[in-house]
Design a protein around this ligand. Structure first.
Ligand SMILES: Cc1cc2nc3c(=O)[nH]c(=O)nc-3n(C[C@H](O)[C@H](O)[C@H](O)COP(=O)(O)O)c2cc1C
Length: 210
């Protein structure tokens, strides 16, 4: 294997969602490299639907105010919510403004791929990053904060900073447990399911690798 392949595969395996980052500012050029990596994501018809909103300093406070605006919440709860964007020195909101002529799922998928590129680039650059979602991504006031259209989909927030601590890798099911290799019997069953209407329950559990 080439050293380039080793490096890519290692980055994919070794990237972690890093919650604890230092408050130190992140140089703008590093943030720009993360964003440049994002726009090389695969994208059907190259609609480039992604939009990035980089919040640092007091911009994060403003987002916190929007998130915590509900007067029905207790003062403690509001304060906890208000503090959320301050957990990292950089918060990048990522949205897609979907091309109405294209399937929405394709547009969202491109944005999701862009976020994965950002996470991998951050890791490669020695930054810690985590993708966060929660209720905020559905909140119309948050979409208004970013000037997004009604059609836009907010995919989440990439929190970025220099890592304070990196968690152990969480356990994962091996790919073999989620994979079906099509051999002759599986293929015959698949054709029967699709063309003759036989029950899908007969054959769809992963077994062993071919
Ligand atoms: C769409 C999406 C949303 C996520 N939202 C959150 C979140 O709101 N809070 C959080 O702690 N982690 C969030 N994560 C990160 C996952 O918790 C994390 O990827 C998972 O624990 C696996 O850890 P790893 O990324 O280090 O492999 C999110 C991940 C994805 C893909």
């Amino acid at each position: 294997m080439t050293s380039q392949a080793d490096a890519v595969l290692a980055a994919i395996r070794e990237r972690r969602s890093v919650k604890q980052v230092r408050p130190d500012p992140v140089p703008r050029e590093l943030i720009e490299q993360v964003l440049e990596a994002a726009v090389w994501a695969p994208n059907h018809h190259l609609t480039q639907p992604w939009r990035f909103f980089v919040l640092t300093g007091s911009a994060r406070d403003a987002l916190g105010e929007v998130l915590a605006r509900d007067p029905a919440l207790s003062a403690d709860k509001r304060e906890a919510i208000r503090q959320k964007p301050l957990r990292a020195p950089v918060v990048i909101a990522v949205a897609v403004e979907p091309d109405p002529r294209r399937p929405l799922l394709d547009e969202i998928a491109a944005g999701v791929a862009a976020i994965q590129n950002m996470l991998l680039a951050a890791h490669a650059l020695g930054l810690g990053a985590i993708w966060r979602t929660g209720r905020a991504i559905e909140d119309p006031a948050v979409k208004a904060f970013f000037g997004l259209s009604d059609r836009a989909v907010l995919l989440g927030f990439v929190y970025l900073g220099f890592p304070a601590s990196v968690p152990e890798p969480p356990a994962r099911r091996p790919a073999s447990e989620c994979t079906i290799w099509f051999d002759a019997a599986t293929t015959a069953a698949a054709r029967a399911r699709a063309l003759d209407g036989s029950s899908p329950a007969d054959t769809v559990e992963p077994t062993s690798a071919a």
